[in-house]
Design a binder for this molecule. Structure first.
Ligand SMILES: NC(=O)c1ccc[n+]([C@@H]2O[C@H](COP(=O)([O-])OP(=O)(O)OC[C@H]3O[C@@H](n4cnc5c(N)ncnc54)[C@H](O)[C@@H]3O)[C@@H](O)[C@H]2O)c1
Length: 324
C-alpha cells in the first residue's frame, strides 16, 4: 500500500511508520518537526511540511497518490490546551480540516485518525465502550471530538471513509531500542518515572492518593505503542476491504494504578527513587480503562505486549540508550 503518515516523526507515528515500513509499504511522512525528530523516521520519505498548508497537502497528495492517510500530527499536551485553547483548535481542528479538504479535492478517500480517550471526559461507566457519551472536559479532548464530528459529515457528503482510533495511554518503546518516547516537555507518567529512576528528576509526584480506587491513586490503561501501531494496520485493512467507517477504542481493557506503575518501575530498573504524594490535579478522572471488545472482535486485534513489566522494560531500555 501507499500510505501518507502525518506526524510520523513523533512518538506513536514513528512506531507506526516502522511497522508499515518493515512490511514493505510505500510511505511518505509529513511532519513539521515542531515536536518530532527526523531520526525517528526509520522508513519512507520525510517531507517537512505543515498539515495546515492546504496547497502543499494537495500537491503532496496529488503527486504521491496514497491509498490512505494516517493522521497523527497534533498538539498533545492537555495542560497546555487549558492554558492556550486557541493553539489546540488551530492545530488539531483547523489544520486537520485543511488536510481533509485537501484529501477530498484530490480524491484520497481513506483516513485513519488519532483520537483519544479524552473525548469521553469523566466516564460514567468503566470499562468505557465506544457508545459511551462523549463529553470532553478540556480543549484537547474537544479539539479531537470536533474532528470526529466533521468526519461523520465528510463521510456522508463526500464519501470520505475513516476510522477514528481512541487511544488510551500509549507507552513503551520499540523492543529493538531504535525509537521511543521523546516529548519536550515530557508529561507522560512512565517516562517521567524513568527519568526519576535515572536521576534526571529529583522525584516523581503522585497527584492524589484519595481516589476511590484500591490504593487511592488513579488507574490508567497503558497500551504498548507497538500494539497500538498494529491497530492502525488492522484498521486500515478493514477500512479498505469493507469501506465501513467507525470508531474504535485502543487499550487493553485492564488498568494499573499510578502506585502499581511506580512499584513495577522500581523492580524493572532496580532503582529506588523519591516519590512525593501531593494533592489531586484538576480534571483527572479516577479510572480510565477501555472496553476494547470491538477492536478485538471486529478488527481481530491480538495484542502481543500486554504486560506492564515488558512495557516499562522497553521504555527503560530506550531511556538508557536514547538517540534523540
Ligand atoms: N501519546 C498518547 O498517549 C496519546 C493518547 C491519545 C491520543 N494521542 C494522539 O496520538 C497522536 C500522536 O501522539 P504522540 O504522543 O505521538 O505525539 P508527538 O508529539 O510525539 O507526535 C506528533 C507529531 O506531529 C507533528 N506535528 C504537530 N503538528 C503538526 C502539523 N500541524 N503539521 C505537521 N506535523 C505536525 C509533531 O512535530 C510530532 O512529530 C496525536 O494526535 C495525539 O493527540 C496520543
Amino acid at each position: 500500500m501507499k500510505i501518507l503518515i502525518t506526524g510520523g516523526a513523533g512518538y506513536i507515528g514513528s512506531h507506526t511508520v516502522e511497522l508499515f515500513g518493515k512490511l514493505g509499504h510505500d510511505i511518505m511522512v509529513i511532519d513539521n518537526l515542531s515536536k518530532g525528530h527526523k531520526e525517528a523516521v526509520l522508513y519512507g520519505k520525510l517531507v517537512v511540511a505543515d498539515t495546515g498548508n492546504k496547497e502543499k497537502m494537495k500537491e503532496l497528495l496529488s503527486s504521491f497518490k496514497p491509498d490512505a492517510v494516517i493522521h497523527f500530527a497534533a498538539s498533545i499536551e492537555v495542560g497546555e490546551s487549558v492554558k492556550d485553547p486557541a493553539k489546540f483548535f488551530e492545530n488539531n481542528t483547523v489544520n486537520t480540516l485543511r488536510l481533509l479538504e485537501a484529501m477530498v479535492e484530490t480524491k484520497v478517500n481513506n483516513f485513519i485518525f488519532s483520537s483519544t480517550a479524552a473525548v469521553y471526559g469523566n466516564p460514567i461507566k468503566v470499562p468505557i465502550p465506544e457508545t459511551h457519551p462523549t463529553n470532553p472536559i478540556n480543549p484537547y479532548g474537544k479539539s479531537k471530538l470536533f474532528i470526529e464530528k466533521i468526519l461523520e459529515d465528510f463521510n456522508k457528503s463526500y464519501g470520505l471513509n475513516y476510522i477514528s482510533l481512541r487511544y488510551f495511554n500509549a507507552a513503551g518503546a520499540d523492543p529493538k531500542g531504535r525509537i521511543g518516547e521523546s516529548h519536550n516537555p515530557e508529561t507522560h507518567l512512565i517516562p517521567l518515572i524513568l527519568k526519576a529512576a535515572k536521576g534526571e528528576r529529583e522525584s516523581i509526584k503522585i497527584f492524589g492518593t484519595d481516589y476511590p480506587t484500591p490504593d487511592g491513586t488513579c488507574i490508567r490503561d497503558f497500551i504498548h505503542v507497538c500494539d497500538l501501531a498494529d491497530a492502525h494496520l488492522l484498521a486500515l485493512e478493514y477500512l479498505l476491504e469493507s469501506g465501513e467507517s467507525g470508531v474504535f477504542n485502543c487499550g487493553y481493557g485492564k488498568g494499573f494504578s499510578v502506585k502499581e506503575v511506580i512499584t513495577t518501575a522500581k523492580k524493572v530498573t532496580g532503582k529506588d527513587f523519591k516519590v512525593d504524594e501531593t494533592e489531586r490535579r484538576e480534571g483527572d478522572p479516577p479510572i480510565l480503562v477501555a472496553d476494547s471488545t470491538e477492536l478485538k472482535e471486529k478488527l481481530n486485534w491480538k495484542p502481543k505486549y500486554e504486560d506492564l513489566e515488558f512495557i516499562i522494560r522497553t521504555a527503560w531500555n530506550w531511556e538508557l540508550n536514547r538517540r534523540f
